[in-house]
Design a protein around this ligand. Sequence first.
Ligand code: ZN
Length: 182
Amino acid sequence: MAGTAGRIMMSAHDFAAACVHESAHALVAVATGGRLTALTVTPVPTGSHAGHVEYSTPPGITLPENEIAYAGLFAESVFDSNGGRPAHRTLLAALAANPDDRTALLDHRGTVALPREIEPVLLDLMPSVLTVAATLATARQGRLPAPHRQVAAVLGMSPTSGPLIRGSLRNSGWALRGLEAG
Ligand SMILES: [Zn+2]
């Protein structure tokens, strides 16, 4: 976006990290039953969280909002660690830079609770995250034209195969606490 007053200061690395962060939110939202309605990344003059993910929740589904939030922080941290398991301080820096995600990770006592048990799954998901991030990074106007269909395709899902995939994710150890509690 060509600004005049607000000239874009975001580095190429920060832009790529933002694409990875948003793509990870989107992938986990879709994998756990959400309906993705927007996946965008927009360079902004200030702030590190330049992207935006929107999804709706189908009837009868409770999405694991904390896991969707953590996926973005964790994937961005893996990216910043050149693909390796990130150091704790890297995760904390991502947490501090993303107050909306931090809010989604507060437990009932108001303490940040990281769902670290999903990290092995998120590491397995990184190739898919990078595939979506690369698509997002080169998308016209920083916006995927058909976000749900595109992200579902990367996951190997048809746009209507949610219940089947949710069942297999549950069996493979995904923490779908919302569904089980519902
Ligand atoms: Zn985020």
